[in-house]
Design a protein around this ligand. Structure first.
Ligand code: PEP
Ligand code: MN
Length: 449
């Protein structure tokens, strides 16, 4: 039976024949085939039942009963798969989610942009530095960041390396989220290394103090739920390299349905959402909850056609639209999309990515984003949904738990001159820990009002 299900899946060759944007050109098909075979023999990274749980939670988001917090690096790197790095990302997401949950009294669905976010679409296939032109860096899943000819050649072994790195990351995430680190009684400890007296750290401390009192009260009256000791946390990444996602698409033995077991939630990027393209086809065949990024060129009919193809049964929680218009375009562009999708009775969760429409190159040469633009897009997103009576369902953010200097502004008022201090992203600039927490407080205010 499962063979029948699997045979309904197009082969990799068939997928490529549909037209697939943003794919590496591998030099040696035999080496590629061998890496894909290895991946096919590996166990799943996530389980179908976990994907279904997330889908149920996203259905609550679509109904306006929960808020999605999706965040992590623009591009994970193999070198940064360390306990410290993963813990720091998890910590900032937990802190943000506590702020959103407590300050806005809304359940928060926590979704990491991690354990698979290793492949990047690029606006140009090439990169030129000081007169030398080489193939663009496409993420550690594909080639190396070093600016040499050898490093930029796509290497299929990297797909296996990324699988292993994702397994290690997920293992750590599972341990942290269920093994005590995410216990709500730890709300203070997540904050201990914040500089004492820093206004944001103090604001968080005050909130954590309130949570403590609530917990003590609950304990006193005999409420001691498991929910206080662990959190549900799921993984997500852009489904980009067809070889990786196809090799990890498996038949669920419970239901005989196909799931992409490389992550709980997969999304299709702005550059690969062609209706008749391979990415839309592949994701239309799996049962995971999925997302599509929608930029300012998206027409209402595009959105409806994507929904019809990706969620023909209109299953709640299956489809999330992640809009990324840019602060200057969201108020004008978003209403028509939301209006038409809503009028047609299409069930989606609307989520705001305030990062990808707001990038620019600073005079220093760094790719950056302004905290105020990011915030303005989120505010525009809330304004549009509030005026249409629809639910602003969540945030999709590029962030890190470290004190990097990649985005301008925020409470620390980072300036162009500060960017060089600690700019570590190999791809897009991320909000640092302070900026992320600040964003959570500001969004909690938006949710409350
Ligand atoms: C991203 O999420 O890093 C990305 C490339 O986004 P988009 O597809 O929206 O440009
Ligand atoms: Mn990005």
């Amino acid at each position: 039976m499962s063979d029948t299900t699997l045979s309904s899946l197009p082969t990799l060759a068939e997928l490529h024949a549909m037209g697939a944007a943003q794919q590496p050109t591998y030099p040696d098909p035999a080496v590629l085939a061998s890496a894909v075979d290895t991946l096919r023999s590996r166990p799943p990274l996530v389980f179908a039942g976990e994907c279904d749980d997330l889908k149920t939670k996203l259905a609550a988001v679509a109904r306006g009963e929960a808020f999605l917090l999706q965040g992590g690096d623009c591009a994970e790197t193999l070198a940064e798969v360390s306990a410290d790095n993963v813990r720091a990302k998890l910590r900032v997401l937990l802190q943000m989610s506590v702020v959103l949950t407590y300050a806005a009294s809304v359940p928060v669905v926590k979704l990491g942009r991690l354990a698979g976010q290793f492949a990047k679409p690029r606006s140009s296939d090439f990169e030129t530095r000081e007169g030398v032109t080489l193939p663009a860096y496409r993420g550690d899943a594909v080639n190396g960041y070093d600016f040499t000819e050898a490093s930029r050649i796509p290497d299929p072994q990297r797909l296996v390396d990324v699988y292993n790195a994702s397994a290690a990351t997920l293992n750590l995430v599972r341990a942290f989220t269920t093994g005590g680190y995410a216990d709500l009684r730890q709300v203070h400890s997540w904050n201990t290394d914040f500089v004492k007296g820093a206004p944001l750290g103090a604001r968080y401390e005050a909130l954590a103090g309130e949570i403590d009192r609530a917990m003590t009260f609950m304990h006193a009256i005999g409420v001691d739920s498991d929910e206080l000791r662990r959190v549900d946390f799921h993984s997500s990444h852009e489904a980009l390299v067809l070889e990786y996602e196809h090799a990890l698409t498996r038949v669920d033995s419970r239901t005989n349905d196909l799931y992409d077991v490389s992550g709980h939630f997969l999304w299709i990027g702005e550059r690969t959402r062609q209706l008749d393209g391979a990415h839309v086809d592949l994701l239309s065949r799996i049962k995971n909850p999925i997302g599509v990024k929608l930029g300012p060129s998206t027409t209402p009919d595009d959105a409806l056609a994507l929904a019809a193809k990706l969620n023909p049964t209109n299953e709640p929680g299956r489809l999330t639209f992640i809009t990324r218009f840019g602060a200057g375009k969201i108020r004008e562009g978003l209403p028509a999309l939301v209006d038409k999708v809503t009028a047609e009775g299409v069930s989606v969760a609307w989520v705001c990515d305030p990062m990808h429409g707001n990038g620019f190159t600073a005079p220093s040469g760094y790719k950056t984003r302004n905290f105020d633009d990011v915030l303005d897009e989120v505010q525009g997103f809330f304004d549009v949904h509030r005026s249409l009576g629809t639910w602003p369902g969540g945030l999709h953010i590029e962030l890190t738990g470290d004190n990097v200097t990649e985005c301008l502004g925020g409470g620390e008022e980072l300036s162009d001159a500060d960017l060089a201090t600690r700019y570590e992203s190999l791809c897009d600039p991320r909000l640092n820990r302070v900026q992320s927490l600040e964003m959570a407080f500001l969004v909690a205010d938006m949710l409350r009002h």
